[in-house]
Design a protein around this ligand. Structure first.
Ligand SMILES: [Cu+2]
Length: 126
């Protein structure tokens, strides 16, 4: 019977690396879901956006830029966190959205100090 001496360290190393990867991924605020949902058609036009993240957020360094169908930046009110859920960002939209496609560029700082960002789109119809 042949006993391998090299197999064990390799297994230990790979589980260590995957544990590192997992803790890193969990520690970052990634977008979990949004209202209106990414790639969806919102009808009637939304008056606010809700973005649900995987981690608690630092409001001061978290926000969105909404770009409209004519590449215009949509005016938003001050973003807030849901008072009962610091992973939920709420962004009021100041005026009625014309029909069309909207891009949401978001950036977030999680409570552990990591920055993330991303983008998604939705369509709106009155
Ligand atoms: Cu993190």
């Amino acid at each position: 019977m042949v006993h391998s001496r090299s197999a064990l360290p390799l297994v230990v190393l790979s589980s260590f690396v995957s544990a590192l990867w997992a803790s890193d991924a969990f520690a970052h605020a990634e977008l979990v879901s949004a209202t209106p949902a990414a790639k969806s058609m919102a009808m009637p036009a939304p008056t606010e956006l809700k973005l649900k993240f995987s981690e608690g957020l630092e409001l001061k360094f978290t926000g969105v830029k909404i770009v409209g169908p004519k590449q215009n930046v949509i005016e938003t009110g001050p973003a807030t966190l849901d008072p009962n859920d610091n992973t939920m960002l709420i962004v009021p939209i100041k005026s009625a959205l014309p029909d069309g496609k909207y891009t949401v560029d978001w950036h977030a700082l999680s409570t552990d100090g990591h920055k993330t960002k991303g983008t998604y789109w939705f369509e709106s119809m009155k």
